[in-house]
Design a protein. Structure first.
Length: 532
């Protein structure tokens, strides 16, 4: 199927059918975008979509309700990943962890259920969120909203840590375990099972199906085709290739690489991501640290500008304080996906008998993704824009053309192009480095989202081998399509799908957060008993 796609997609490019793909998806993406991002307030300069308020408001509520788990349980989360409390999973005692709708007789049995370690689950989930949004998304936020958008991105990421804690605890609590030990988990399961426990079985079933449909759409689009498209663009630019056939060939090579990894299931995905993600993130962070170290005297100026612009923005057309706040919140929500529920699918596969232990591990994701990596990218871009000093002169004007593009040396740049210019100013051959980073980010995102989509597919169509193979073939085909076609409308569609996942997921979170509180107490009591 993949090799047949090469002549088909080359033909499509030559005949202009890639534009027809855009045209076919445009009404779909426009419809879903208008519904998902329906504004509850709108004027000439700003729009406040309900989904954004739902995300941020829910994150703030969970932060307060659980008494700031993003601060007071941060050290515990680090210790869980380090394996400090692993022995708790080998003590014999009673348990109430739900598996297949039943209560297991012993904790020991539950600790044997699962397919990956805490670190592997974290690496898999992080690989689905740490991606090109950290390179292009941050640049877009700063270009649109100015340096102040960085502050609100961090605030949103900080609050999102609490949402991730809730949804990933529930992912483990209500997971299913197949006869062969395969784990099935995520919002589909905690929505349907949890609401059934509370007497809302039909509502739970409907919401779970809706989530699964949106998750599959997101996996084919933003988690796949859009990623392969960005990887192909940077590879073609680096190699000096322009033909559509080159894009298709790169797409096939990417599909083969991704296929080899995802065919092995979550165990192989986790084995790859636990190596690729630390290397990928570490490489990028080291490059940022090098640039920041070379401009150490400007770091405090950059932070001062971020705080000042957060509350008194000067970027053109941003819409004042509310406008810059919304820009930061929206880009952070796109980046870390807290509230979408996707990460709970990966975390559900962990080996543990304490569901809250994995919820605590999960709260590290938005911290790594948004608080650390996005902030570093923002500092690099802001310092670059100082042009060597913080006297007030800038290389490009914040706000740009109002659509995310800015003028640098007489040329228009947007997204990853802005970040590339910043790196280019300080690191020789940065085009090679960024190409490697974008490709690694894209591949890691694709393999993680393949697992998210597959779990949703199996929820809808069953767990047989035919369903498994059908989904994986479709997923790999979208890798090739994404590399060879114009993807704007598909990207818009997939963004809408990912945000659409928020609505059914929040239904589950608001019904079930008391369960999370109970499980958190159970786990913290176990830690206290261990240390006594």
């Amino acid at each position: 199927m993949l090799f047949l796609a090469i002549p088909m997609l080359t033909f499509a490019q030559e005949k202009g059918l890639d534009q027809k793909i855009d045209e076919a998806f445009k009404p779909i993406s426009d419809f879903f975008s208008s519904v998902i991002f329906f504004p509850i307030y709108k004027n000439e300069s700003i729009e406040i979509p309900f989904v954004l308020l739902l995300l941020v408001g829910s994150a703030a509520f969970f932060t307060l309700y659980f008494k700031f788990p993003n601060i007071f349980h941060f050290k515990t989360a680090i210790n869980v990943v380090r394996g400090k409390y692993d022995e708790l999973d080998h003590h014999s005692a009673g348990s109430n962890l739900a598996v297949d709708g039943d209560i297991k007789d012993t904790i020991k049995d539950e600790s044997e259920e699962g397919e990956v370690t805490h670190f592997q689950a974290l690496a898999t989930a992080v690989s689905g969120t740490v991606g090109n949004g950290n390179i292009a998304g941050v640049a877009l936020a700063i270009a649109l909203g100015g340096p102040g958008a960085t502050f609100w991105m961090v605030v949103c990421g900080f609050l999102g840590m609490s949402t991730k804690f809730v949804e990933c605890t529930l992912g483990v609590q209500y997971r299913d375990v197949g006869e062969d030990g395969t784990i099935y988990g995520g919002p589909m399961y905690y929505i349907s099972k949890g609401l059934k426990e509370r007497g809302f079985e039909m509502v739970g079933k409907i919401a779970a199906v809706i989530f699964a449909v949106f998750c599959i759409g997101g996996s084919f689009g933003g988690g796949n085709a859009a990623q392969s498209n960005q990887a192909t663009v940077v590879l073609k630019e680096l190699l000096g290739l322009e033909s559509s056939a080159a894009g298709a060939i790169i797409g096939v090579l990417l599909a083969i690489l991704v296929g080899i990894i995802i065919i092995g299931g979550i165990k192989r995905i986790a084995t790859v991501t636990e190596k690729v993600v630390p290397f990928m993130a570490g490489l990028y962070v080291l490059a940022c640290l090098y640039i920041l170290g070379a401009n150490f005297s400007l770091i405090d100026d950059a932070f001062a500008l971020i705080f000042r612009e957060a509350f008194n923005p000067t970027a053109i057309g941003v819409g004042g304080f509310i406008g810059v706040l919304l820009v930061g919140f929206k880009r952070a929500a796109f980046s870390n996906e807290a509230g979408a529920g996707s990460a709970s699918i990966a975390h559900s596969a962990v080996k543990t008998k304490y569901s809250a232990s994995e919820g605590l591990v999960a709260l590290l994701e938005p911290f790594i993704d948004t608080v650390v990596i996005c902030t570093m990218t923002a500092l690099v871009i802001i310092i670059f824009n100082f042009g060597g000093d913080a006297s007030g002169a800038t290389i490009f004007q914040y706000g740009g053309d109002g659509a995310g593009a800015v003028m640098i040396d007489g040329e228009s740049f947007e997204g990853a192009g802005i970040t590339a210019k910043a790196f280019e100013a300080y690191i020789p051959y940065s085009n090679v480095f960024l190409t490697i980073a974008v490709v690694l980010f894209a591949v890691s995102t694709m393999i993680s989202w393949s697992y998210y989509g597959l779990q949703s597919w199996k929820y809808l169509f069953g767990r047989g081998k035919k369903a498994d193979i059908t989904y994986k073939l479709l997923f790999l085909l979208f890798v090739v399509i994404g590399a060879a076609a114009s993807m704007k409308s598909i990207w818009d569609f997939s963004d809408a799908m990912i945000f659409a996942m928020v609505f059914p997921n929040m239904v589950g979170l608001y019904f079930l957060f008391p369960v999370v509180k109970k499980q958190l107490k159970r786990y913290t009591d176990a830690i206290k008993g261990m240390n006594a």
